[in-house]
Design a protein around this ligand. Structure first.
Ligand code: ATP
Ligand code: MG
Length: 401
C-alpha cells in the first residue's frame, strides 16, 4: 500500500515534519488513519514517534505533560493540542486492564503490535506512506474487526477491548471476525474488572453511533450480565430507534431504557455512573413512555409543563405521536402559552401583597393557578388570577372555578 497519499491537517504535517527533521521517526497512527481511509472525519489526530517524551518537549515550544509516564506529550499549536506518544511496549497486564509498566522502544512495529485491532494498528506519514503490518487495509476492505495477534491473549490483557470491538462494529458497521467474536464470548466475565465509567463510555458511543441496535451483541456475547443486573434484565428486543432520532446522549439512553420503566431506567444509569442531567431527562422519557398523549391542547399543555421543551420534542418522537400532536405543540409554542410558574402572570409576591400569608399556601395557590392557566391560557392575566385566588380562598380553597 506504499505510495497512497492521505491528507492530514497542516498542523499534524508540521509536527511530523519537525520530528523527522530532528532525526526521529513520526507517523499519524490509529483511529485517524482508519477514519481517513474510510472517508470519515477523524475525531482527533494521534502521532507516534521514536523520540522520547523529553526529546519531544525539547523540540516544540509549547507542550503539556498529558501522560508523560505513558509517553504522551500534548503539542500545542494555536488553540489546538495534538497528542504525541513515544513508541511503546505495554508490559505484562496485571488486572485485566492495566499494564504493570510500559517501556519505550525505537521500533514502530512494536508500538503497532500493542494496539487492539488491525484497523487501529496502521501508521502513516507522507514520507513512508501507510505502514500496515497486520492486514488492516484488507480488514477495512472486508469491513472486519479483528485483533492484532491472538484474540484470547489480547482480550485477556485488557477486557475493555471486547466492548471496543462491539462499539467499533456499531460505529463503522463492520462485522466482528469469527475468532475474535468467539473470544469475546469467552472473555465476557472479564468485563466485571473494568470500571463502570469505561463501560459507560463505550456503551454511550455504541448507542450514539449509526447502528445502535448492535447493542444486542452486548447481550448475545454474554457481556451484559457483567455490566449490571438491571442492565442485564432489560428487554433489549423491544429497543427501537425512530428514523432521524437525535444522537444526544440522553436521547439514545432514553430510547433504550424508556420501556423498562423509570425505576429500572434510573438504576441502570446510576449503575453506569451517568450524570444527573442525563438521569433526570431519561426519567421523564420513561415516566411518559406508556402514557397516551391525547391530541387536545389542555392535556398537551399539562404534559409539556412537566418537562423541558427539547425533552418534549424527543418524547413525542419516541412515543410515536401523530401529526396532530405536533401541530398543536407548534401552536401552543407560537402563541407563547404559559407552561410554567415563571410565565404565570402572578408571582408569590403578588399573592402576598393581596393579603395571603407567606408560606405553604402561596406555593399551593400558585400551583392551582398554573393548573388553571394550563387549562385555559386566556386566564393568564394578573387581574383575573388574583380574583380567582381570592375566590378560592373564600370557598376555603376548594379549587373549583
Ligand atoms: P475514537 O477516538 O474514534 O473512539 P480511536 O481508534 O482513535 O477511536 P482511541 O481510544 O482514541 O480510539 O485510541 C487511539 C488508538 O489507541 C486506537 O486506535 C488503538 O490503536 C489504541 N488503543 C486505544 N485503546 C486501546 C486498548 N484498550 N487496547 C489497545 N489499543 C488501544
Ligand atoms: Mg481517538
Amino acid at each position: 500500500m506504499r505510495g497512497q497519499q492521505i491528507s492530514m491537517p497542516v498542523q499534524v504535517e508540521s509536527i511530523i515534519d519537525k520530528l523527522i527533521e530532528n532525526g526521529f521517526e513520526a507517523y499519524a497512527v490509529g483511529g485517524c488513519v482508519r477514519d481517513t481511509l474510510l472517508g470519515r472525519e477523524p475525531g482527533d489526530w494521534d502521532i507516534t514517534t521514536s523520540a522520547s517524551p523529553w526529546q519531544v518537549k525539547s523540540i516544540f515550544r509549547r507542550t503539556i505533560d498529558t501522560g508523560i509516564q505513558h509517553g504522551t506529550v500534548t503539542v500545542m499549536i494555536g488553540k489546538n493540542g495534538y497528542e504525541v506518544t513515544t513508541y511503546r511496549i505495554d508490559g505484562e497486564y496485571e488486572d485485566g486492564r492495566h499494564p504493570k509498566k510500559v517501556a519505550f522502544t525505537s521500533e514502530l512495529l512494536e508500538d503497532l503490535k500493542r494496539r487492539d485491532f488491525t484497523i487501529n494498528a496502521m501508521a502513516y506519514s507522507h514520507k513512508t506512506g501507510i505502514v500496515d503490518a497486520f492486514g488492516g487495509m484488507e480488514d477495512l476492505k472486508q469491513r472486519r474487526i479483528r485483533c492484532v495477534g491472538d484474540a484470547m491473549e489480547r482480550f485477556s490483557e485488557d477486557a475493555l477491548r471486547i466492548l471496543r470491538a462491539i462499539r467499533f462494529s456499531a460505529q463503522l458497521d463492520f462485522f466482528i471476525e469469527e475468532k475474535t467474536y468467539a473470544s469475546i464470548m469467552k472473555i465476557a466475565p472479564g468485563i466485571a474488572k473494568v470500571s463502570k465509567e469505561r463501560i459507560q463510555a463505550e456503551l454511550t458511543k455504541l448507542l450514539q453511533s449509526d447502528h445502535p441496535l448492535k447493542i444486542k451483541m452486548v447481550y448475545e456475547t454474554g457481556i451484559s450480565r457483567y455490566v449490571s443486573p438491571a442492565f442485564a434484565g432489560l428487554c433489549w428486543q423491544s429497543f427501537q430507534i425512530p428514523a432521524g432520532l437525535s444522537a444526544e446522549k440522553y436521547v439514545r439512553w432514553g430510547a433504550l431504557l424508556r420501556l423498562a420503566g423509570p425505576q429500572t431506567a434510573i438504576q441502570v444509569l446510576k449503575d453506569l455512573k451517568l450524570d444527573n442531567d442525563t438521569i433526570n431527562r431519561v426519567r421523564v422519557l420513561a415516566e411518559w413512555a406508556d402514557k397516551k398523549l391525547i391530541a387536545q391542547e389542555p392535556s398537551l399543555r399539562r404534559a409539556m409543563s412537566k418537562m423541558l421543551p427539547e425533552v418534549w420534542d424527543v418524547l413525542i418522537q419516541l412515543n410515536g405521536c401523530g401529526d396532530e400532536v405536533r401541530r398543536l405543540t407548534d401552536e401552543i409554542r407560537k402563541r407563547g402559552d404559559c407552561l410554567d410558574l415563571r410565565h404565570l402572570a402572578v408571582g408569590g409576591q403578588d399573592l402576598i401583597e393581596a393579603g395571603i400569608r407567606p408560606g405553604k399556601e402561596v406555593g399551593q395557590l400558585l400551583g392551582q393557578l398554573l393548573e388553571q392557566v394550563l387549562e385555559c391560557p386566556e386566564s393568564n392575566d394578573k387581574k383575573i388570577l388574583l380574583e380567582l385566588a381570592g375566590r378560592w380562598r373564600e370557598s376555603s380553597g376548594c379549587g373549583s372555578c
